[in-house]
Ligand binder design. Structure first.
Ligand SMILES: *Cc1c(COP(=O)(O)O)cnc(C)c1O
Length: 438
């Protein structure tokens, strides 16, 4: 399979190149040259396959012989080593819990798969790889965890000092080994500036093999297709219309679902739910894309004013807004509605939903209330564990939220980080010294 750039101004590349480069030279995002399809018989027999087997069959369609069958099976075994259960709330509505990975959010799927595939290719080369990531919290912990202990790869996570939550900081700073947490005296934007400066620094790149673990990497999108198939398999009633609701920010999760639909997965429509950052919802409604600065909300992993994967969605549907609307409905929920929904879901179903899932639940119900659909199944992606937002949940529900064991573990460990200023020269000097000591 070849991958083209959505800007159509650079050469097509292999899966390996798309993985290692992340972004195309012309600034575009990589998309598969064609969307592979499964025949209807496959979906009828889906019950016969385990989650890992489904994941393998999907991945193989995109990676083909670039990774040998046994190696790809091993990568999936190691990366997708936690379940994605569909939990019914009532006869028609269920949630797909995507938070059973090590850092309690769906980003574990993408980060772990990307890390293991990079590790696979690097193990065949005679030089190591250095990954630089700037994070405001969640992405960094998923990436750090995914790359932890992968031979030949060093990871440097830059986070703004004092500006991530206590739990996030502990997740970032207690891994050690091949993962180094760099505590930058500055803002998230400073962290991003340092990483970007390093990538364009020819002197540095001559000596260090640098790469990013960017969220726009196709290898992060690919494993997000797996769980749409896995969820479809678990839906009890497949006789009516089937809706998937995706709480959205940069639209990576939604794009993965849309590609799964193009592969033949029989989904009637996607419901894209945004918070008060309504750029995408407005685009679907009126066809105009007006990027904005993001605003802070309770569902902060969706605080995105200029969603990066829009180019992929436009490319998938040849920039045709009518076609986009055939596949996607989109609407939003603000913080008041989100808080109210957290209480309502707990009262009606005894289910503790996190703020991101709550946005999805509200928009799904609004969508359903505007149409007369009798026979349907709606699946809402629950993208994070409620314990990650314990302060919000405990305030709304007056209950105590237990931290899962895998999160408690890191809280007992010693924090290790390197403090740096936001000065690029200091950062560069640090990377050189690190290299010479290895
Ligand atoms: C990243 C994230 C989202 C948004 O996903 P996109 O792929 O960026 O649209 C939603 N919920 C949680 C918990 C996240 O971490």
């Amino acid at each position: 399979m070849k991958f083209y750039s959505t800007n159509r101004n650079s050469q097509s590349v292999t899966f390996r190149e798309a993985l290692m480069k992340g972004l195309a030279d012309d600034g575009g995002l990589y998309m598969p040259a064609s969307i592979p399809k499964f025949d209807k018989g496959f979906f009828d027999r889906l019950n016969e396959f385990s989650f890992k087997e489904i994941a393998f069959l999907i991945a193989q369609k995109f990676i083909e012989d670039e990774i040998e069958e046994d190696d790809l099976k091993r990568i999936i075994n190691e990366a997708i080593n936690f379940p994605a259960p569909v939990v019914p709330l009532d006869d028609n509505i269920s949630v797909l819990e995507l938070f059973h990975g090590p850092t309690l959010a769906f980003k574990d799927f993408g980060a772990r798969f990307m890390a293991k595939t990079m590790g696979h290719f690097i193990s065949r080369e005679n030089r190591g790889l250095n990954i630089l990531v700037a994070t405001s919290g969640d992405t960094g912990s998923a990436v750090a965890n995914g790359f932890y202990n992968i031979p030949g790869i060093n990871v440097f996570i830059l986070f703004p000092k004092g500006k991530v939550s206590y739990i996030q900081e502990m997740q970032l700073t207690t891994l050690d080994g091949n993962v180094t947490a760099l505590e930058i005296d500055g803002s998230f934007d400073d962290c991003q500036r340092l990483v970007k400066s390093a990538f364009v620094d020819t002197e540095l790149n001559k000596q260090l093999n640098l790469s990013s673990a960017n969220s726009i990497n196709f290898a992060r999108l690919l494993p997000q297709m797996f769980y749409y198939f896995e969820a479809f398999k678990q839906i009890e009633n497949k006789t009516g219309e089937i809706f998937f609701c995706v709480p959205s920010g940069n639209l990576g999760n939604l794009t993965a679902g849309l590609i799964a639909k193009e592969m033949g997965l029989p989904i009637s429509k996607f419901i894209a739910a945004t918070n008060a950052n309504t750029t995408f919802a407005e685009f679907v409604k009126n066809g105009r894309f007006v990027p904005r600065d993001s605003i802070l909300t309770l569902s902060n992993a969706m605080d995105v004013g200029n969603p990066s994967n829009l180019a992929r969605i436009q490319s998938l549907y040849s920039d045709n807004i009518e076609l986009i609307r055939e596949h996607i409905y989109s609407d939003s929920a603000d913080d008041d509605v989100t808080a109210d929904t957290i209480r309502r879901v707990y009262k009606n179903y005894k289910y503790v939903i996190d703020p991101h899932g709550a946005v999805g639940f509200y928009v799904t119900n609004f969508f359903l209330s505007t149409r007369q659909i009798k026979n349907y199944s709606a699946v809402i992606l629950e993208t994070a564990h409620p314990a990650k937002f314990a302060d919000v949940i405990e305030k709304e529900l007056n209950i105590k939220i237990e931290l899962p064991e895998r999160l408690k573990n890191c809280l007992g460990k010693e924090k290790k980080s390197v403090s740096l200023s936001s000065d690029y020269k200091e950062f560069k000097r640090y990377l050189f010294e690190k290299k010479n000591n290895n």
